[in-house]
Design a protein around this ligand. Structure first.
Ligand SMILES: Nc1nc2c(ncn2[C@@H]2O[C@H](COP(=O)(O)OP(=O)(O)OP(=O)(O)O)[C@@H](O)[C@H]2O)c(=O)[nH]1
Ligand SMILES: [Mg+2]
Length: 286
């Protein structure tokens, strides 16, 4: 996904009237301090678009971010109007492979000369150019090596311009907030989930280090009751060892009472791990 433009469009408190957009909305729910605003900044490739807090309870309103982006045109690929591949087959996979971070890191590796280079000890250049190509059987000339690292180009994928809204919901479960205010926030979130006509997908963020608590389970149930199948994001994945990541993802899925096939995406705002998977989910609902 290439972000062309993004801006904070509307901020709603509990007395505000919710906007009625005609563009898709994608919402992020989760406990206070779980990393919703940080995630939005990573996805939008902005450092300070959404305000991130050292202390919980930073986002106390529903914030709608307008996004203009270019995404792989899955519709065109699926309808077979491109040579990128057949519907639901390799074409779709290729489209997914073109998520920015993957493409960018691939480009970086190639520009650094890292892609496909043979181990250093095999590179014994002969100083006399006349001798090049006449070496012992099995030796590698510079030209041969260049041929070997040539990376075949993928056909350019059709891109489509999309406009949508990312919705940063206020964090729940913040202990320092009065009970009456917590209830107002709860009503505000529930009202939004039930009334938005443009809402296409809800991500539920849970800290990867902890089992979901009663508030997380309630939020998960609200989302389901509003007719959505939430995609779970296990945040702060950089805080645990790699070997523990899948185990914790299973703990979160089970703790929420989610079906076995529910996607749990481990994510880190520090490393960007998980962002390509989240882009894919978003692209599919645009
Ligand atoms: N190590 C690490 N820290 C993170 C990550 N994501 C967020 N944080 C930190 O967690 C704290 C809270 O992040 P926010 O993005 O403000 O969380 P939030 O869910 O928007 O919080 P509220 O607005 O209070 O609901 C900040 O100090 C972030 O720097 C992550 O992936 N890894
Ligand atoms: Mg926030």
């Amino acid at each position: 996904m290439k972000i062309v433009d993004v801006r904070l469009d509307t901020v709603c408190g509990y007395t505000s009237t919710l906007p009625e957009y005609d563009k898709p909305e994608i919402a992020f729910a989760g406990r206070s301090n779980v990393g919703k605003s940080s995630l939005i900044n990573v996805l939008m490739k902005r450092k300070r678009l959404a305000r991130v807090g050292e202390t919980p309870g930073k986002t106390r309103t529903i914030n709608f971010y307008f996004v203009s982006a270019e995404t792989p045109d899955l519709g065109q690929i699926a309808s077979g109007r491109t040579d990128a591949g057949p519907a639901d087959g390799p074409g779709v996979v290729q489209a997914q492979d073109r998520c920015p971070s993957e493409t960018e890191s691939q480009a970086l590796r190639i520009s650094e000369g890292g892609a496909g280079l043979a181990p250093k000890k095999k590179l014994r250049w002969k100083k006399d150019p006349a001798k090049q190509g006449r070496g012992k059987a099995g030796s590698v000339s510079r030209q041969d090596l260049t041929k070997k690292i040539a990376v075949p180009r993928k056909p350019a994928l059709p891109m489509a311009k999309r406009e949508f809204y990312l919705v940063d919901l206020p964090g729940y479960g913040f202990a320092a907030v009065a009970e009456s205010e917590k209830q107002k926030w709860g009503h505000m979130i529930e009202n939004y989930l039930n009334s938005s006509k443009a809402l296409r997908q809800v991500f539920l963020l849970v800290d990867i280090r902890h089992e979901p608590n009663a508030n997380d389970i309630q939020m998960y149930d609200w989302i389901r009751e509003s007719g959505f199948s939430p995609v779970i994001i296990a945040t702060k994945a950089d805080k645990i060892s790699k070997s523990a990541v899948q185990r914790q993802a299973a703990v979160i899925r089970k703790g929420l009472g989610a079906p076995e096939d529910t996607a749990v995406i481990p994510f880190s705002a520090l490393t960007g791990a998980g962002a390509p998977e989240i882009y894919r989910v978003i692209e599919k609902c645009l």
